[in-house]
Design a binder for this molecule. Structure first.
Ligand SMILES: [Zn+2]
Length: 503
């Protein structure tokens, strides 16, 4: 994309001025476009969430990279992240706040603390006939993407989330987690339903490798795109087979190209899912490389927004993970650039240890150019969890510190580019983000959840394992309402084969 822009700018320069003004003319033009559009309506929204990323990651990454990241120029403000029941949020409550504008309890997806479904910014975009997409490197049913297209009281119910994402007719779904769509009989996690078949019947084109993604040519009039590139989560960027598994940037590019065919505009959420997992493991090299993969995706989004002129790109983490520091252990300088020599996650390095861990020094040197001291070797050999010990040794060499293996409650910076970007300035709460997006794109957030999936059915036949609560969620009825309509004596006593009527 960058190269294409450069070539276009160069030829434009030659045609109009006869001299080579190079890429400066493209930059100049896009800046003019941008300032002209400031305060104007955004036609397209690209909401990018680096899970677990905060200013500490941003600073270490800048040193690691050796120059500013693509977002550094677009810093706007900061927001608080606390959830309804804790001053440290999880990804479900954070995702719900960032998608619906409503705080909820940790673990809850798309419902308020009382269990009432809340419309998400993605669903509100659908009501405006915008096309919609979700992209992640975790399972596509994981907390953050789920919070944009599903409503469940437990984030771990990924099989229900899979059904809801398809029922919700989200145009583009790209990520991992194929097993959550397949029935147990085919090695999946669904009790009985083959959600992939259901998706196909609904017009989804299914793809599962990088080539299919790069070749995807979807007509949104009658097709949708479901790309599931791994049974569970996709690979950390450190281990990704670049021939087989697409990068986050490639998924983002295909999603944008596909969604942009809709003249009503589009809403796309892209998550850099595994920055958070690196944080939980205190794995500095995994964190930097997954931030790098996320940055390339943001670059795709900004390149598109620069050319388009009517696209708002928002970048903001859902919370910080690991309590990372820039500098550690009394050091007077931080040197995350040494992490470039690390070629595997701590977990994968630890997997090569022998029974008595006598090969610790050798194993670490196989995946890094780091010489370990006797003390460091011993720390790995004696550790309860060798993975964490390896990560601690590597982080110490980079003077990257960690203060937790969980999320922390610190405020998060928000970056934005495009029409309305300056609306994100100052001191905000995470619930403000979807409200500002809605304002900027003239989307009405907070309405009824539309029932685009239930209009053909006025009666539902109970399947094994169904509860009235879940049926209610699926069809956007309170279970108490369904109990009343159907005059069930006891909502807990519904049986397979029973019919549930809707108004
Ligand atoms: Zn998170």
């Amino acid at each position: 994309m960058i190269r294409k822009l450069g070539v276009a700018a160069l030829s434009a320069g030659i045609i109009f001025s006869g001299v080579s003004t190079t890429t400066a003319s493209a930059d100049g033009n896009s800046q003019v476009n941008n300032s002209m559009n400031n305060g104007d309506k955004a036609e397209n929204i690209i909401y990018m969430i680096p899970d677990g990323f905060n200013a500490d990651y941003a600073t270490n990454y800048r040193h690691y990279k050796g120059e500013p990241a693509v977002w550094d120029n677009h810093l706007q403000g900061m927001y608080t992240t606390y959830s309804a029941d804790s001053n440290i949020t999880d990804s479900a409550a954070a995702g719900t706040a960032m998608s619906t504008g409503v705080k909820t309890n940790n673990g809850v997806i798309g419902l308020d603390p009382e269990g009432n479904p809340q419309q998400t910014i993605l669903e509100a975009s659908q009501d405006k006939d915008m096309s919609t997409g979700l992209v992640a490197t975790s399972t596509i049913t994981h907390a953050t993407p789920a919070a944009f297209g599903a409503h469940v009281d437990d984030r771990n119910n990924e099989t229900e989330i899979a059904k809801q994402l398809i029922d919700n007719e989200i145009d583009v779904l790209l990520g991992g987690g194929k097993n959550n769509f397949l029935p147990e009989s085919e090695g999946g996690n669904q009790e009985e339903t083959n959600v992939l078949l259901q998706a196909e019947e609904q017009g989804y084109q299914l793809i599962e490798n990088r080539n299919q993604l790069l070749e995807a040519d979807i007509n949104l009039e009658n097709e949708n795109l479901l790309g599931l590139f791994a049974n569970d989560a996709m690979s950390p960027e450190l281990h990704r087979d670049a021939e087989e598994e697409p990068s986050l940037a490639e998924m983002t590019q295909t999603a944008i190209d596909t969604l942009n065919n809709d003249e009503d505009g589009f809403f796309l959420m892209v998550e850099g899912s595994q920055i958070d997992w690196a944080g939980h493991d205190n794995d500095a090299a995994w964190a930097m490389t997954d931030v790098g993969a996320f940055e390339e995706a943001v670059q795709e989004a900004i390149d598109f927004a620069e050319k388009d002129g009517n696209t708002l790109v928002i970048v903001g983490g859902d919370h910080e993970t690991g309590g990372m520091t820039v500098g550690a252990n009394g050091s007077g300088t931080a040197n995350p650039e040494v992490l470039h020599s690390v070629t595997a996650t701590g977990e994968n390095i630890a997997a090569d240890l022998n029974e008595d861990r006598s090969n610790a020094k050798e194993v670490v040197s196989n995946y890094t150019d780091m010489e370990l001291s006797e003390e460091e070797v011993r720390s790995i050999q004696e550790a309860e969890d060798p993975k964490m010990a390896i990560n601690a040794v590597i982080s110490a060499k980079a003077n990257v510190g960690w203060t937790s293996t969980n999320h922390t409650g610190v405020d998060i910076p928000v970056y934005a580019y495009g029409p309305g970007a300056d609306q994100f300035s100052g001191s905000l709460d995470n619930t403000d983000l979807p409200k500002i997006i809605a304002d900027t794109a003239e989307i009405e957030l907070g309405g009824e959840i539309s029932q685009n999936h239930s209009e053909k059915e006025t009666v539902y036949t109970v399947k094994p394992g169904d509860t009235l609560f879940e049926i209610g969620l699926k069809y956007n009825y309170l279970w108490t309402t369904l109990q009343e309509i159907n005059q069930f004596p006891n909502p807990h006593l519904i049986y397979p084969g029973d019919e549930v009527y809707f108004k």
